[in-house]
Design a protein around this ligand. Structure first.
Ligand code: APR
Length: 230
């Protein structure tokens, strides 16, 4: 097996204390997507939106990577083929765990984006509406988060990697949001084996060859030890 492509979702960060979206009391139970995760919401009330991401950035800054994040970093370092990590998460726990290659398809809390010139730069801990872009100076700074209705990052590279995958693993994602939820079908189409890690089958669970039920901090390290022959 030479190439493993991994997609992670909020479930891998749950045991680090970061909330998921669709569980009881999840982020989308407390905030309306249209208010805090759409360009229209940002245009309507930029203060509400930057406050939402400032709070999540502060929480993520305090969070530590868990055994699942650490196991994936170990896999990347020790696997004798290629490990490609795509995450829907905007926290930096994969990086904190030592992962070298992380594609944040939905953006990152630690990033800022200029709404005028698309320049991207490291976000301040506390962003304010109208912060100036360091490149074009327009008062157009926004969180570098891909909102609903916007094009995710790295899609061409991601599909290229899925086409070459020998194994595709989906970890801690509910399979509700496309295009990420379609990655398992894309990988299968190219002949990859597919493996899901979740507390319960996701919305696309039936498309996986196998599923490992349980907390990611248990199932992912076990799997990595198997792959590395440890
Ligand atoms: N171990 C493994 N899986 C877990 C754990 C855990 N400890 N805790 C929760 N999960 C699983 C849940 O069963 C669920 O299937 O993680 C998944 C989390 O699902 P969501 O909250 O829908 O998060 P996610 O799939 O990442 O959402 C995708 O939706 O709102 C957008 O942009 C946002 O990136 C996000 C996208």
């Amino acid at each position: 097996m030479k190439k493993i492509v991994i997609l992670t979702g909020a479930g891998i960060s749950a045991e680090s204390g970061l909330g998921t979206f669709r569980a009881e009391g999840g982020l989308w139970a407390e905030h309306r997507i249209e208010d805090v995760a759409t360009p229209e919401g940002f245009a309507r009330d930029p203060q509400l939106v930057v406050d939402f991401y400032n709070a999540r950035r502060a929480q993520a800054a305090e969070a530590a990577p868990n055994a699942a994040h650490l196991a994936l970093a170990k896999l990347e370092a020790g696997f004798d083929g290629d490990v490609v990590l795509v995450t829907q998460n905007v926290d930096d726990l994969h990086e904190k765990a030592g992962m070298k290659r992380v594609m944040h398809m939905h953006g990152a809390l630690n990033g800022a984006l200029c709404g005028a010139c698309d320049h991207r730069w490291p976000a301040p801990m506390v962003m304010a509406p109208g912060d100036a872009c360091p490149h074009c100076k327009a008062p157009a700074a926004r969180p570098d988060i891909v909102w609903f209705g916007e094009m995710p990052y790295d899609m061409e590279e991601i599909y290229d990697q899925l086409a070459q995958a020998d194994l595709f693993a989906g970890i801690g994602t509910s399979g509700n949001v496309y295009p990420a939820a379609g990655f398992v079908a894309e990988a299968r189409r190219h002949g990859a084996q597919t493996l899901e890690f979740n507390l319960e089958p996701s919305a696309v669970g039936s498309q996986f060859d196998d599923i490992r039920i349980g907390p990611a901090t248990q199932t992912v390290p076990e799997w990595v030890a198997e792959v590395l022959g440890g």
